[in-house]
Design a protein. Structure first.
Length: 258
């Protein structure tokens, strides 16, 4: 148990420790801080390893409604075909016609051309927590109208934000499930966030992609080549997410059998 706990901490420390150092220094990173600020799982909780709990544990009974809700959403998502034609335009719709950017970087193409790209595409954002940040002028561009209370009717397995939310589902099930599964979902979410921002309309010159310091390169989804690059990366991430989603479903079913 102690060996697994040390290995878990060593696995996640390269993500957590730079975030804590930035926080101490008052420095913000729009990509690498996202999983620690958007989601409610604290760094100390992420670093703590637990083996999971048996289905007979009283905590399972206390959280049964949550487990059922997560299970319903994951099963519905698995049974739906992935949409590989969204091209990350949700980030573009979040700045359409806006007086200020959501992040402290300029737009790669400038405001007018960024708006033109948004307006020239068919947007089909299925994820409520992305759609709710669309600017008022961009909401009508979306062909779907997801709501907070009907996620299971819209969520689909190619969605980047849905893939990131596998981490949310995993940590909400903690400590009922093993922290190894939480870590797998976290690392997937980390890679998804990088693609999400590489395909966003921001000029990220000077930022880095990961702890290795690899230079930032945009995915220019406004071009045919960029769209192809985005779809290829989106497919790889969806393939990585599928077994994590399946394992979360299995864990929910194990817990609900009691």
């Amino acid at each position: 148990m102690e060996d697994r706990a040390r290995a878990h901490r060593a696995r996640l420390a390269p993500y957590v420790e730079p975030h804590l150092a930035r926080r101490q220094a008052g420095i913000k990173h729009p990509v690498h801080d996202f999983l620690f600020t958007y989601y409610s799982f604290r760094p100390a909780q992420l670093l703590r390893w637990t083996p999971g709990l048996p289905a007979s544990d009283p905590l399972v009974t206390d959280r049964r409604a949550l487990i059922e809700q997560i299970h319903e959403l994951l099963v519905a998502t698995t049974g739906r075909a992935g949409n590989f034609g969204c091209f990350g335009l949700h980030e573009w719709a979040m700045v359409h016609g806006a007086a200020a950017n959501r992040h402290p970087m300029p737009l790669r193409l400038g405001a007018d051309e960024t708006d033109a790209v948004t307006e020239s595409h068919r947007i089909a954002c299925s994820h409520f927590d992305a759609f709710r940040f669309f600017t008022p002028s961009a909401r009508s561009f979306n062909t779907l109208s997801p709501r907070a209370d009907d996620r299971a009717s819209y969520e689909q397995p190619a969605c980047l934000h849905g893939g990131m939310d596998l981490y949310k589902h995993a940590f909400r099930l903690s400590p009922l499930i093993s922290s190894d599964l939480v870590a797998d979902a976290f690392e997937l979410a980390w890679e998804i966030r990088i693609l999400d921002m590489r395909a966003a309309p921001y000029d990220m010159t000077g930022w880095t992609l990961d702890p290795t310091g690899e230079p930032w390169t945009p995915v220019r989804i406004e071009t045919a080549e960029g769209k192809a690059e985005y779809v290829a990366a989106q497919r790889r991430l969806a393939e990585r997410g599928a077994p994590i989603r399946a394992r979360l479903i299995e864990e929910c079913e194990r817990l609900l059998r009691c």
